[in-house]
Ligand binder design. Structure first.
Ligand SMILES: [Zn+2]
Ligand SMILES: [Zn+2]
Length: 864
């Protein structure tokens, strides 16, 4: 360790961060299964391995690391696992792009292998960023959802829920992305505002308006309001669908709006959710006009083989030529789209697997969890309340967890594997036993795979040690940190699955973070060019500065705008702190400090009180996950209380070696030690660097959180007053053009009572300071007059100077209380309002002094 006076002048974050990264050991952050400490298990979000750990991830992980480090210091056995949510379409698409293939060009196995390889490479890239950011991840609890040991658990959870009646398969309308060629869940439907065309056409004598003429082939009924007299004659009648010619029933339904268009609507399978509702309600036929690729089917007749937009154009053209298209108008519309690729979704009726949603169960568990911020619970409640369909969990893709199910080729019986044989890919292996029902040994494996949320929604079960044999040893977890954008997906599914598999809530608390917006206040996107990547910030200012930005940018839960200025300010704070550190270390090294030295001086007691206040404030903020409040309090203490005031007050005492030097050294040591500890969760590198100098190589990350308290009300109020006095007098010096260390002469302070400050005030001001409790005896004299020429000029014109002379000649008492009129060149004239003001000076004991007042304290200064 270098001697303190050899400390580098400037704080070199790049050197320091790299050095500590090379020193710290992963084992120090492992969760200890044999520990007697209370557990604190974090259900960390597993990011999608794109290869880039983005700024939104960084914010989320900063929050996690702040409280993970804090809780360790508070004596918890912390688990901060790192997962990777691998499966899904984006990787499939990337693999197709990179290898110039489509998924059908190679075998399923080969395609899966390629996805695997790309994912593994991306994970290793993202691990590097995680390490640079100094996240105290427990790498012994890393999990990767594409690995057999993880997806085996996903399959186990599937079988358990299937046996418990939560999972079933059925033909049911589902949201379907025809580009991704897969079903998607409701939670994966995004909404886009678009403009479309509303087409009015003649439907067997009734005018009907539709935005989707291409669904005419799928028309299964016409609906009217039961009270709509215009259509009473159609009751129980059939109508002929134009262009296609099939007959459909007329149904009556309260949900039809008689004021919309003609008041008659067509029901198709399926134009939207309302169609699905009517279709069920009225037991209508099913006509599938669009297939999984978005191509018109056989029932579309001459339009078969067209895609939906070509079909729409062709049908509108045919309507025109038959003269049944009446008119068209523009209509603003919210269209459901695939959240991954933005293609408008279709509602297709498909055989799919579903998870039953039991809203009451989920609401109950959600209410047993403490939400930070509290209002985020409302979002969950709203989502559960509007739940209409069960969760569709089957996907028609490849890179995902296989659904562990076979069907008997002869009798159709469903066969599931033994739990001990998991994981299985039913498309590659066969059941070990013949069909129990018919004895056949021919099976077809389910080729559908599971929604990736089926993987990630058991992350909490995985990290708490679930193996299917009862309650997992570390369940429930203490906290789930996540973004507000995935409340209706990840949070919702996790609660659902935990309740279904364990009967309990998954976590005690959930901490919801906001989104990171670009510097322009908009969501970051390639097209706006406002994307900021963590690696860029790390290169320019280092991890500690980026982490400070994350803490200070906004209150927890609020969206946070990225701002380079905040990062620069964070880096400046480190520079300031480094200067404080150097000063403190040099002073402490000179003589060493005595931990038992009596703390006597006012400034010292004051600093300890302020430190105690700060520690309490920071601890409370950390308990409530209010990181901005915590770091703000730390910065204010370091910068304003310690550096700008305390150190200025005691510098002289430290340099001159007064008797109470030991008191100041002890206080300086205490404050600096506490600052390192309070900063440890926020700026782990910087805090470690400072602390290792202070404690000769010890690590701040192995220290307990502060329990220091110091109560001394008079030191707080007297000290605050003293600090204010000093700062006012220093301001006076500055305003009078004096250097801050220039000798000031005699300063007399008239205060209600005095406290011995061991000469700190005098040394700091470089003045001879006298404290007095009697009243100041000051004589006020007028030493000049300020004339207001802007008033005098226009009123007196040529006589202005004469007026000034006349005023100047007034006796002192008249200057203080001016008469209404004055004699000017023989004439009595009125004195205009605000024409002049006397300038006062004060005399104390016959000498001229300057006077400053601070509250009820009077300070007189007789300059040297
Ligand atoms: Zn899609
Ligand atoms: Zn069978």
């Amino acid at each position: 360790m270098a001697s303190s006076d050899q400390l580098p002048k400037n704080y070199d974050f790049a050197e320091v961060e790299e050095r500590w990264r090379g020193t710290w050991r992963d084992e120090d952050y492992y969760f200890d299964k044999n520990s007697k400490k209370p557990q604190y298990v974090i259900d960390t979000p597993p990011p999608y391995p794109t290869g880039n750990f983005h700024i939104g991830n960084a914010l989320n992980w900063c929050y996690i690391d702040f409280f993970a480090r804090y809780k360790r210091m508070k004596g918890y056995n912390v688990m901060f696992p790192q997962g990777w949510d691998c499966h899904g379409l984006p990787t499939e698409v990337k693999v197709e792009e990179l290898n110039h293939i489509t998924k059908n060009d190679v075998s399923r196995e080969e395609f899966r292998r390629m996805c695997h390889e790309l994912t593994a490479k991306n994970i290793s890239l993202m691990r590097i960023t995680l390490r640079k950011m100094a996240f105290s991840v427990d790498w012994s609890n890393e999990y990767i959802t594409m690995m057999p040991e993880y997806f085996g658990k996903t399959q186990l959870s599937f079988l358990r829920m299937q046996k418990a009646g939560y999972i079933y398969q059925s033909e049911h309308p589902v949201n379907f992305c025809i580009r991704c060629e897969t079903a998607i869940a409701f939670a994966e439907v995004a909404y886009d505002d678009r403009e479309t065309q509303l087409n009015y056409f003649d439907f067997d004598g009734v005018e009907i308006a539709t935005t989707r003429p291409e669904l005419l082939a799928a028309c299964v009924a016409v609906a009217v309001h039961p009270a709509d007299e215009r259509y009473h004659h159609l009751k129980d009648k059939k109508m002929k669908v134009p262009l296609f010619g099939h007959d459909v029933p007329v149904v009556q339904d309260e949900a039809v709006d008689p004021a919309f268009g003609s008041g008659a609507v067509m029901i198709c399978t399926f134009g939207d959710k309302q169609d699905v509702h009517w279709w069920k309600q009225h037991n209508l036929a099913l006509r599938k006009a669009i297939d999984r690729q978005g191509i018109m089917t056989d029932i579309a007749g001459k339009y078969k083989g067209l895609n939906t937009s070509a079909c729409r154009a062709a049908i509108l053209a045919d309507m025109k030529s038959r003269n049944i298209l009446k008119r068209q108008e523009k209509l603003a519309q919210r269209v459901g789209t695939c959240w991954r690729c933005k293609t408008p979704i279709e509602i297709l009726s498909e055989r799919q697997w579903f998870v039953k949603i039991k809203p009451d169960e989920i609401q109950k568990a959600a209410h047993e969890i403490t939400w930070y911020p509290e209002h985020m619970l409302r979002r969950m409640e709203n989502w559960v309340e509007q739940m209409e369909w069960d969760w569709c969990i089957s996907r028609q893709r490849i890179f995902a967890t296989p659904i562990p199910v076979w069907f008997c080729a002869k009798c159709g019986e469903m066969i599931t594997p033994d739990e001990k044989d998991l994981p299985v890919d039913p498309t590659l292996v066969q059941p070990k036993q013949p069909c129990k029902k018919c004895g056949s040994t021919e099976f077809s494996g389910e080729s559908d795979v599971l929604d990736t949320w089926m993987d990630s929604s058991i992350s909490v079960l995985k990290v708490t040690g679930w193996d299917g044999s009862g309650k997992p040893p570390y369940f429930p977890a203490q906290i789930r940190p996540q973004g507000h954008d995935i409340i209706r997906t990840w949070a919702f599914y996790t609660i659902l699955r935990s309740v279904a598999l364990t009967g309990q809530k998954p976590w005690e608390e959930i901490l919801v973070n906001g989104m990171v917006l670009g510097e322009d206040g908009f969501k970051m996107s390639k097209s706006r060019g406002n994307i900021i990547v963590p690696e860029e910030i790390l290169g320019k200012y280092g991890a500690d500065a980026l982490r400070q930005w994350a803490a200070m940018g906004a209150a927890t839960g609020s969206d946070i705008m990225f701002n380079w200025n905040d990062v620069v300010a964070a880096s400046r704070f480190q520079t300031k702190m480094w200067n404080i550190a150097k000063f403190a270390l040099i002073q402490l090294e000179k003589e060493g400090y005595d931990p038992h030295a009596p703390v006597t001086a006012l400034a010292d007691r004051w600093l300890l009180v302020r430190l105690s206040d700060t520690i309490q404030q920071v601890s409370e903020a950390m308990e409530g996950y209010q990181f901005d409040t915590a770091l703000k309090a730390i910065r204010e203490f370091a910068w304003e209380v310690l550096a700008d005031n305390y150190i200025e007050l005691v510098k002289g005492r430290l340099y001159t070696g007064e008797a109470s030097r030991k008191s100041a050294l002890l206080v300086l040591h205490t404050a600096f030690d506490a600052l390192c500890k309070m900063l440890a969760p926020f700026t782990p590198y910087f805090a470690e660097e400072c602390y290792s100098h202070l404690h000769k190589g010890a690590s701040v990350h192995k220290q307990p959180w502060l329990s220091f308290t110091y109560d001394d009300e008079s030191a707080r109020s007297e000290g605050n007053l003293r600090v204010q006095l000093v700062s006012e007098v220093r301001k006076y010096k500055h305003d009078s053009g004096l250097a801050l260390n220039a000798p000031l002469g005699r300063v007399t302070i008239y205060a209600p009572h005095t406290v011995d400050d061991e000469g700190d005030t005098g040394r700091t001001l470089n003045a001879e300071v006298h404290w007095r409790t009697d009243a100041a005896k000051l004589d006020r004299v007028i030493t000049g007059i300020d004339f207001n020429r802007a008033i005098i000029g226009p009123v007196f014109r040529k006589q202005a100077q004469a007026f000034i002379n006349a005023v100047a000649a007034l006796p002192q008492n008249q200057l203080e209380n001016p008469p209404k009129t004055i004699l000017l060149e023989g004439t009595e004239v009125e004195i205009p309002k605000d024409a002049f003001a006397p300038k006062f000076s004060y005399m104390e004991g016959g000498a001229k002094v300057d006077v400053i007042t601070v509250g009820d304290v009077i300070v007189t200064i007789a300059k040297a």
